[in-house]
Design a protein around this ligand. Sequence first.
Ligand code: PHE
Length: 448
Amino acid sequence: MRLSGRDMCRKLALRCICRPARPARRYYTPAAPSTLKVLGTDYPADSYTNITPTIISKLSLQLHRQPAHPLGTLRMLIESHFPSFSHLSCLSPIVTPYQNFDSLSFPADHPGRSVTDSYYLNKDVMLRTHTSAHEVETFAKGETKWLLTADVYRRDEIDGSHYPVFHQMEGAEIFEATPSSMKKVEEDNEQLSAHLERSNIVIEDIPHITSTNPAQPSHDPRHSEIIALNLKLHLNSLLLELFGGVAGASKEEPLRVRWIEAYFPFTSPSYEVEVFFRGKWLEILGCGVVLQSTLDRANVPSKLGWAFGLGLERIAMILYSIPDIRLFWSRDERFLSQFTPGKISTFKPYSKFPACFKDVSFWLPDRPETQAKMHDNDFCDLARDVAGDLVEDVKVIDKFTHPKTNRDSLCYRINYRSMDRSLSNEEVNAIQDLVISHLKDRFGVEIR
Ligand code: PHE
């Protein structure tokens, strides 16, 4: 299997395959505040409210705007690959479900909308789960070629490569659907192809359009082909620039890139791109031909074009050899002082401190209708809220239903490890006790 189930879940479009939709329910138990202040504004809380203090604390950090930070450098490198594009990076992470989902034609019952998958301030306001949330407003402002970098938020499990906040870069270009404008795109395609042909890159391509990955009915299929090719050529040359020096691209070992058919609610045809790195195919981005309804909503119905969204952490972890996604959030000088603006360097681990795991087993309440239901992501958010980045990963290690009482039992293993120091057993026990007491308060569980 190419992708783990969880990797599949990461992609909004595929969430429906592996996550059942869940009804909204209250996250904070009795003492929930009636309003919450986020980035200076008060929001009334309601049954959707599930944003946690840990997440609120990340909203103003803007790692992608710190010049020496690996995410800042990567943003600048990608921006300089597209010099004629507008470069946007200051948009607020607080958006409406309309921006994040409806404006992009997500169906009303899409699981990505559920409170178990996304962070809501209340039912009308949420944290963007992807940079595509800004497509309509950006096209509506008259931008025709742009890059937009931002922090995005998704509720998820915890491990070394998943974090509830990460950074994406959206890129898009739209063109007038006229013969003369399409001719210019074809000329651009010829130039880009010639450049790639001279370079040491092996591309496993797929047909631009197929019956399962169709052109849109309102598009001339020849235009769709030209746009899809333009998208592929731009991205292949970006990947060559980013990975060419690292992943090989020498005579003996060329850079290998492969294109895969994909599905997103807001593009057709759609693709994913993977890069071969240290013996594995790594998924780097999603992209496609922008759905015409998005451009109609943005008041540019006569245009057509492409868009892509790439994950910056995933790429930075490869380029800098950063082994754990939590490191991006480190304020430790031993991390931060290693980097200079605009330069990719290999991260030198300062040491790996010992891990310490603790298990907690409990019965879920036997009258669940009287309590907030607990989802794996609720457990992870709770652990992260209590223990911060000391949580390295969280796993369910046992799950069963008692045959006589019908009660559900769960056992979670939390792996604690600091990136900066050794943790004492007493310290970890105290944190674990706090996790347990919050668990009891919030979800009414009975510890076994
Ligand atoms: N927003 C998509 C995601 O987060 C990526 C994407 C962007 C796909 C633009 C197509 C076009 O998975």
